[in-house]
Design a binder for this molecule. Structure first.
Ligand code: 13P
Length: 360
């Protein structure tokens, strides 16, 4: 099949994911990363525990009021739920709720030869067409590819890193569209560093401009794609931290300068913000957007900021408490994506979720 065979379907999937007041649950932690989350609650990282946790997510009643899609790791896409959840494939439990399943298709980052120390390129293009077809057959309708850039005093991001990561995103996006999957284009700029918010803004403009140039060169169908950027924030070590309102102003300015109007939605990652801060910043972004002409749905695709207190409350056994915590943050972010979140109105764990040089 060719991209043309999928245009209508891709646009319909992207529009469904961009539903007002909703966003994505990024539950695609690799086996290593979910292990770190389990470590924090003293739980062994076994297949059974991963099954139990992802079954909890998939059986949270009412989740689809705030969540339009879920990003899964390959193991979960092909995994059955627990006996308590009925043993059906986990992907079917999400589908039954009306939540569109997606799949992480990148295979992680590697050091970028020729780049500045610490820079990376994202792997996973080899065999991607075949994998995309297999994921589609199993029910996935969108995909994610996370490219990572950093800002450092020693010259990062280099032009090499910006171009290589933009090109990888574009090759991935074109490839999965030819197999019916909506690409989430994720050029994450890490919060590591002590740079200020204006530095982030100018680097992010460069990164997004280069990314959309590469997407155009590869003939990516923008109406059937989504952007998942980091918010325009200062570095985590910057002495002058920004208010949510400033993040809102800078983020909307950056995006309005660089993202084509044809893109249906921009779904932010949380990037190490605390649960409450991720909701407050998304809320501010939507309030700023409401003051002017902004064509896209501005929602969320959070991993840590949706699941942190869920995992803590679950603790490996208390399913109801975990689900209540997940639902609370989903409600908060659903409201924030309409610019209608009342600060502090939903419970959260205010722990900082920032991890230096974060890998997913
Ligand atoms: P965080 O929201 O935890 O940054 O993760 C989202 C994600 O999917 C990163 O690729």
């Amino acid at each position: 099949m060719a991209l043309n065979d999928f245009r209508d379907e891709l646009a319909a999937t992207a529009a469904a994911l961009a539903a007002p007041g909703k966003g994505l649950l990024a539950a695609d932690e690799s086996t290593g990363t979910i292990g770190k989350r389990f470590d924090a609650i003293g739980l062994e990282n076994t297949e059974e525990h991963r099954r139990a946790y992802r079954s909890l997510l998939a059986t949270t009643e009412g989740l689809s009021e705030h969540i339009s899609g879920v990003i899964l790791y390959e193991e979960t896409l092909f995994q059955d739920s627990t006996a308590e959840a009925g043993s059906a494939p986990i992907v079917e439990l999400f589908q039954k709720q009306g939540i569109v399943p997606g799949i992480k298709v990148d295979q992680g980052v590697e050091p970028l030869a020729g780049g500045v120390a610490g820079e990376s390129w994202c792997t996973g293009l080899k065999g991607l067409a075949e994998r995309a077809a297999r994921y589609y057959a199993r029910g996935a309708r969108f995909a994610k590819w996370r490219a990572v850039l950093q800002i450092s005093g020693s010259g990062a991001p280099s032009e090499l890193a910006v171009r290589e990561n933009a090109w990888g995103l574009a090759r991935y996006a074109r490839t999965v569209q030819e197999h019916g999957l909506v690409p989430i284009v994720e050029p994450e700029i890490l919060m590591d560093g002590d740079h200020d918010i204006t530095t982030t803004a100018s680097v992010q403009e460069w990164v997004l401009r280069t990314t959309y140039e590469a997407l155009a060169m590869n003939g990516v169908f923008l109406e059937g794609s989504l952007l998942k950027p980091s918010m325009t924030c200062p570095g985590a070590g910057c002495p002058t931290q920004a208010s949510a309102d400033e993040v809102g102003e800078f983020t909307v300015r950056t995006l309005s300068r660089t993202v084509p109007v044809a893109v249906p939605a921009i779904l932010f990652l949380s990037g190490g913000l605390s649960e409450e801060d991720a909701s407050l910043c998304l809320n501010a972004i939507n309030q700023v957007a409401a003051q002017g002409y902004v064509p896209w749905h501005l929602g969320f695709s959070y991993g840590r900021a949706l699941q942190h207190s869920c995992i803590q409350h679950w603790g490996g056994s208390d399913v109801a408490a975990g689900q209540a915590a997940l639902l609370a943050r989903a409600r908060a972010n659903g409201a924030a994506s309409r610019g209608a979140y009342e600060p502090g109105s939903e419970p959260s764990d205010d722990a900082s979720l920032f991890v230096a040089n974060y890998s997913y």
